[in-house]
Design a protein around this ligand. Structure first.
Ligand SMILES: [Fe+2]
Length: 122
């Protein structure tokens, strides 16, 4: 089963998300946005999760913060804790991070979407 796959509309900045699919999704005009995990460039994209007392802080760029200009910024940061998914929408000018005050879980993962460099997970 496929869950939470993100597709880009070709030639358009629109993103679409598939919540649940029993099989591979293939729709003309839509392109699957694959998740990247390693960042070889000087700017960092892989989300970094810090466990806090009452939740999780997710930063994009562990050593160097990702740019947040009108032209180039992080649009969403998500964290999945066990079977729950939480998402924050960001705007240019804000910090490339999100604090999620949520119950702790056994399994934690995160991903973010950069408007230029795409989807990244940790
Ligand atoms: Fe970027």
């Amino acid at each position: 089963m496929k869950v939470f796959e993100i597709f880009k509309v070709k030639g358009n900045p629109v993103l679409l998300e598939v919540l649940i699919a029993d099989k591979e999704v293939s729709v003309e005009g839509l392109e699957l946005v694959s998740e990247k995990t390693q960042d070889a460039s000087t700017e960092k994209h892989v989300p970094y999760v810090e466990e806090k007392e009452d939740g999780y802080l997710v930063k994009v760029g562990k050593e160097v913060a990702h740019p947040m200009t009108e032209e180039h910024y992080i649009q969403i940061i998500e964290i999945c804790v066990d079977d729950f998914l939480y998402r924050k929408y960001l705007k240019a000018g804000s910090a490339p991070e999100a604090y999620f005050k949520v119950p702790k879980g056994k399994s934690v993962c995160s991903r973010e979407y950069c408007n230029i460099h795409g989807l990244w997970n940790s």
